[in-house]
Write a protein that binds this ligand. Structure first.
Ligand SMILES: [Fe+2]
Length: 374
């Protein structure tokens, strides 16, 4: 049996209403918290004020860094680190979607790091503690040891990784996702489903990640359409939040696959949301992997309630992606053969592509990209 490595936040608390416990948990970890969040949605939903109140009630002083943009940059992490130093904070509370959590984790993990942040930076030391509160059901970033960040100089979008990026506490309250808009619910949900499926068939998959990934896919398959149709459906939101958390735990152990290898270069080149690109690529990559992952697809089909051959699972995925409006026309989005030379090197170099069940080389990726625009 292969070596099994399990990674997670040090503590994970899941449940509706658990956000009210923020103050008591934060008080154990620090006295001055920097809330790292996006520019608008946490404010608009009232969650920012509420989280601030919970922290204050726990005796924790609060400074807010509400400057995280979608698909965030290394520069934003630098500004966040400066805000942490300026306010002399000893704790980060990262609240929001994957972008806010990725920046918050990096600000905390790199707090004591003397150098400016850069891709390839070796993340040493334990940094500051971070509490991650997801407000979307998608990335699972609350339990993963990486942050996806864009270098605005080179345009490169890549992960920084390391033990120091694992949060001290993941506080997953499905009620925080109720205000997530329809489109974002669909896209982030497809990201979570993609992560569950890629972790399940990854070459890094193991008996523990398989349990997590299969259960994740089962819960997401049973609730994503309902969560998109009615955002106030708390049961569907709970199922999605748990599915997303399980997918995060699975990928933190098993890694991902070719969808994620392609999603970063395609996303940054054509400015597409991560979840949309993942969903749109998923059926194509599942088809590519069909021969190499047939046995796993067969088991996954049973888990999500699809009958028949493994190929039917691909049909099911395509229908779900279409229904949720993520059937992206790649040619219309800008993909063209002249760009393949720019897309191929980061795709082939990515650790995700390296864990794809069917080996990936220049010719096969070129062929797949050509099919996307045929
Ligand atoms: Fe993802």
């Amino acid at each position: 049996m292969n070596e099994i490595t399990l990674r997670s936040a040090k503590q994970v608390i899941f449940g509706t209403g658990t956000r009210t416990e923020l103050g008591e948990h934060a008080a154990v970890l620090g006295a001055r918290a920097l809330i790292v969040c996006g520019r608008t949605s946490l404010q608009a939903s009232g969650a920012l004020d509420e989280l601030r109140e919970h922290l204050t009630a726990g005796g924790v002083a609060v400074t807010v860094f509400a400057e995280v943009e979608p698909e965030p940059s290394l520069d934003t992490v630098e500004r966040g680190r400066q805000a942490l130093r300026d306010a002399d904070c000893d704790l980060v509370v990262a609240a929001g979607g994957g972008s806010a959590m990725d920046v918050g984790k990096a600000v905390a993990g790199l707090a004591g790091h003397p150098q400016p942040v850069a891709h390839g930076t070796e993340i040493t030391g334990l940094g500051r503690p971070c509490i991650a509160l997801p407000t979307t059901s998608g990335t699972g970033a609350e339990v993963t040891p990486n942050s996806v960040l864009t270098d605005t100089v080179t345009g490169e979008k890549a992960s920084i990784r390391g033990h120091a990026l694992l949060p001290e506490l993941a506080l997953v309250d499905p009620e925080l996702t109720v205000s997530c808009p329809r489109e974002q619910t669909a896209y982030s949900g497809l990201d979570a489903l993609t992560q569950a499926i890629e972790a399940y068939v990854s070459t890094g998959a193991n008996p523990v990640s398989d349990l997590l990934a299969e259960e994740s896919a089962r819960r997401i398959a049973g609730s994503l359409r309902a969560a998109v149709a009615d955002g106030a459906n708390l049961h569907a939101r709970e199922e999605m939040a748990l599915g997303s958390l399980l997918a995060g735990l699975a990928l933190a152990s098993a890694r991902l696959g070719l969808v994620h290898g392609l999603a970063h270069p395609l996303g940054s080149l054509y400015h597409l949301p991560h979840g949309l690109v993942c969903g749109a690529l998923l059926p194509w990559v599942m088809e590519y992997n069909l021969g190499a992952a047939a046995e796993k697809y067969e088991r996954l089909a049973v888990a999500v309630g699809v009958r028949g051959s493994p190929a039917n699972l691909v049909v099911w995925a395509r229908e779900l992606v279409d229904d949720l409006g993520a059937d992206l026309d790649f040619a219309e989005a800008g993909l063209k053969p002249e760009d393949f030379g720019e897309i191929l090197p980061p795709t082939l170099a990515s650790g995700s592509s390296g864990h794809n069940p069917r080996p990936v080389d220049e010719e096969s990726v070129r062929e797949l990209l050509t099919r996307l625009i045929a």
